[in-house]
Write a protein that binds this ligand. Structure first.
Ligand SMILES: *[C@@H]1O[C@H](CO)[C@@H](O)[C@H](O)[C@H]1NC(C)=O
Ligand SMILES: *[C@@H]1O[C@H](CO)[C@@H](O)[C@H](O)[C@H]1NC(C)=O
Ligand SMILES: *[C@@H]1O[C@H](CO)[C@@H](O)[C@H](O)[C@H]1NC(C)=O
Ligand SMILES: *[C@@H]1O[C@H](CO)[C@@H](O)[C@H](O)[C@H]1NC(C)=O
Ligand SMILES: *[C@@H]1O[C@H](CO)[C@@H](O)[C@H](O)[C@H]1NC(C)=O
Ligand SMILES: *[C@@H]1O[C@H](CO)[C@@H](O)[C@H](O)[C@H]1NC(C)=O
Length: 709
């Protein structure tokens, strides 16, 4: 199944795929690392574990090379959706957006293409993927991660890491752990119980380690009063012992707060470094026996082993970027033909939230003569096609394709929605008129009167270091949407955002369409046009819950220095399910231009290590398309789990009229809960229910099974 999928991919694509690198096992890598590290002096151990300082060196973070034995200066480069701070690199869809594809192949391909770009620039480490859970709907960095569900985030993290590392680039799983808001981000302490920590927040990191991730970035915040980067429980006990992580832990930028405590509690590298806590201080601590030399060697062995594992000792390119000195940046072009898959993946991630009267897709048969387009978010910013948002880390003008801060990438160009739609409309001889301004309401309504269909574009810009105070769309665009809907009976709203956005106009009878393309990257306009004109049938699904009102969410941003995650396991849709609150659009929701029937659910066998359930899916509509088949589990009551948890999903493409069987294999991992007294994952005994459907609330087939031992 996997094999044939990748053959199809090769045939369908004219890309010269960078062949995937045969990585070493950790054991093989450790044999090599031991040999090198045993020859090293204390000075060399300090050089390898210490970054050179903020804005020093060519990369976001750069270490010092050693000679005899030789080990290169490592280049750690932002960020999770593409290379930042150097030209001629691609802007890929954001994490939250590719998660909306619910497509494992797309997730892996994006990782592979990003990895190829980091490799081309000579970056040893890509500082991503981010895998924090969107616990708080208003949190400023939710767009960098994969949404509110640990299972989806875990699959997305593992596929992304496999893709990145297939290019011999080390992926960094971040930000470890419970780094869920930006307010007081360097100082706040999270109080969290052990079960919630494991089942919600640790889960994607655990999947990352299984995928062989090379490094983990510890986060700014404290857990139970102790900074993540010097926390024995989360670094030594959980990450390195319980999860058996063999790679290294590096700090988030300026997240190191001590020498002896940090090192003895599990930190292996400080970033961006400087000599305050590591470097000379580390050497002194070893000389004064506060840190054992064996521990100093263990730190370096972990770094060197990851480097060997990715085969970076075999002709890895030299560093060809200079983030900290643009004038000296060689500016090598690494984009190849990645734009093609960026467009495909953008389209695969568009979530169609409403499509009344089948207003979409627009085809020659629709009888549409004139389209009107409104809103700042439809066009390019004042800077035109040449956006410099990666330099100033602020990409909030014009159409929104990503968020801001260290999670942003270089943006080589943007095909705006206006341009993408106009080009495609031309082929159907449809006229396009526009007013690209949120403020010019009278102008928009006078144009809207003359059009058969109108599109109003809205956005919500999110960035590192700032949480939202509300979930309204930016720039009071709700007023424009309302006004256009009052004058045109086919008003379609398109929202670019990485956070949930409130939709006060949602029940307006003239709003016949709502689309959620998220943060799609540089090909945004083409990806959207592919969906609007039916060249691609939408299959994206929400990786977050969109509530009817802000107060329906289980958690908010706290402007405090210490607080508890009192909602415990009730994160995202689990809260809405448990409390009986109807969301506006639930987790996993998204429409298609065709319909799918679910029949013949069958539990083939069920025990505590292997449970197999299948269902028959038929494309019962009149267009080819893909369905995202989702499997949710309800645990035995005595397990005290939320009503249902996502434990499987498959994207299945079916031609019209075609059927296929979709099978879910649930192993120990999918059926376990974290048992605090025994400190293990255990499969509870009793009655399990499985719900298979098209979203977390659109369940089409149900079955149950007993697990007795
Ligand atoms: C934090 O404290 C709680 C309550 O004492 C405990 O259950 C939990 O395991 C602690 N977690 C960490 C990471 O220290
Ligand atoms: C983009 O804009 C910047 C500053 O406005 C300018 O220096 C640069 O030459 C422009 N690049 C291109 C490719 O037009
Ligand atoms: C922006 O650049 C892209 C890629 O070169 C191109 O396809 C697009 O037409 C340009 N848009 C404008 C408005 O120049
Ligand atoms: C819907 O649009 C039509 C114009 O096509 C307008 O006459 C009508 O008042 C609008 N409905 C509402 C509820 O605003
Ligand atoms: C679970 O079921 C599978 C498939 O029937 C079987 O191979 C396996 O031995 C069973 N394991 C246990 C522990 O019963
Ligand atoms: C599964 O059940 C068997 C007994 O049938 C038991 O020995 C084993 O420990 C159980 N495994 C798990 C993962 O719970």
């Amino acid at each position: 199944m996997k094999l044939s999928a990748s053959i199809v991919l090769l045939l369908a694509s004219t890309t010269t795929l960078v062949s995937s690198i045969d990585l070493l096992s950790w054991d093989e890598a450790y044999v090599k690392a031991d040999k090198l590290v045993n020859e090293m002096t204390l000075d060399q151990l300090a050089d390898i574990t210490t970054g050179r300082g903020l804005f020093i060196g060519k990369c976001t973070g750069t270490t010092t090379a050693t000679t005899n034995p030789d080990f290169p200066a490592l280049c750690l480069a932002d960020g999770p959706l593409g290379v930042r701070g150097t030209p001629f690199a691609s802007a890929f869809p954001a994490g939250i957006t590719i998660a909306a594809s619910f497509d494992k192949d797309a997730l892996r391909e994006r990782g592979q293409d990003m990895g190829a770009e980091f490799r081309g620039k000579g970056a040893h480490v890509q500082l991503g993927p981010a895998m924090n859970i969107a616990r708080v709907a208003k949190a400023g960095r939710n767009w960098e991660g994969f949404g509110e569900d640990p299972f989806l985030s875990g699959v997305a993290a593992a596929e992304t890491i496999t893709g990145i590392q297939s290019q011999g680039v080390i992926a960094a799983a971040k930000h470890y752990i419970v780094n869920e808001q930006e307010t007081n981000r360097m100082t706040h302490s999270v109080t969290i119980d052990d079960r919630t920590l494991h089942e919600i927040y640790l889960w994607p990191f655990a999947r990352s380690i299984e995928a062989g991730v090379g490094t983990v970035m510890c986060s700014y915040n404290k857990i139970n009063g102790t900074y993540a980067c010097e926390n024995d429980r989360v670094l030594n006990q959980i990450l390195k012992d319980e999860l058996d992580f063999k790679g290294w832990v590096h700090s988030d930028w300026l997240a190191t707060h001590s020498t002896t405590k940090a090192v003895n509690n599990g930190l292996d590298m400080t970033m961006p470094g400087g000599w305050v806590y590591f470097g000379g201080a580390l050497k002194n601590a070893v000389k004064n026996s506060k840190i054992e030399i064996t521990r100093a060697k263990d730190m370096v062995r972990r770094i060197v082993a990851a480097w060997y594992k990715m085969r970076q000792d075999e002709g890895f390119p030299s560093i060809k970027m200079n983030t900290n000195n643009g004038l000296q940046d060689p500016g090598i072009d690494v984009q190849a033909d990645h734009a093609k898959r960026i467009r495909q993946h953008g389209a695969a991630s568009v979530v169609l939230l409403r499509n009344k009267n089948n207003i979409l897709p627009i085809t020659a048969a629709s009888g549409i003569k004139k389209i009107a387009i409104f809103g700042d978010d439809a066009g390019l910013s004042r800077q035109g096609n040449n956006t410099s948002c990666s330099v100033v880390s602020k990409c909030d003008k014009g159409t929104l394709i990503q968020g801001g801060g260290s999670g942003a990438s270089n943006v080589p160009y943007i095909v705006s929605p206006l341009e993408g739609i106009t080009n495609r409309a031309k082929e159907l001889s449809i006229e396009v008129v526009s007013s690209i301004s949120d403020g010019k309401i009278a102008k928009a309504t006078s144009i809207a009167k003359t059009a058969d269909v109108t599109f109003v574009f809205a956005k919500k810009y999110s960035a590192e270091m700032s949480d939202h105070s509300n979930l309204k769309a930016d720039n009071n665009v709700d007023k424009l949407i309302q006004a256009v809907a009052n004058t045109n009976k086919n008003t379609i709203v398109v929202i670019h955002s990485g956070n949930a956005v409130m939709m006060p106009w949602e029940s307006h009878p003239n709003i016949t369409g709502i689309l959620w393309p998220g943060l799609p990257g540089q090909e945004t306009g083409n990806s959207l046009a592919d969906i609007l004109f039916g060249d691609i049938n939408p299959s994206g699904r929400l990786p977050i819950t969109i509530a009817k009102q802000e107060s329906d969410y289980p958690a908010d941003v706290y402007n405090k220095f210490e607080f508890e995650y009192t909602e415990r396991l009730l994160v995202g849709y689990k809260h809405f399910d448990a409390k009986g609150i109807d969301p506006l659009f639930e987790f996993g929701y998204g429409l298609s231009y065709t319909t799918f029937d679910y029949t013949h659910i069958k539990v083939h066998h069920a025990n505590n290590t292997s449970t197999k359930v299948s269902v028959q899916i038929k494309n019962s509509g009149d267009r080819d398309g893909a369905e995202i088949v989702q499997a949710y589990i309800s645990y035995p009551e005595a397990a005290y789990e939320p009503p249902k948890l996502l434990r499987g999903f498959e994207k299945v493409f079916l031609k019209k009229g075609q059927s296929n069987q979709v099978t879910f294999q649930l192993g120990k991992q999918e059926l376990s809960i974290w048992d605090v007294p025994s400190q293990q994952w255990v499969v509870p005994k009793g009655l399990f229910r499985i719900h298979i459907g098209a979203s977390s609330r659109d369940i089409r087939q149900r079955a149950s099974f007993h697990i007795n031992s």
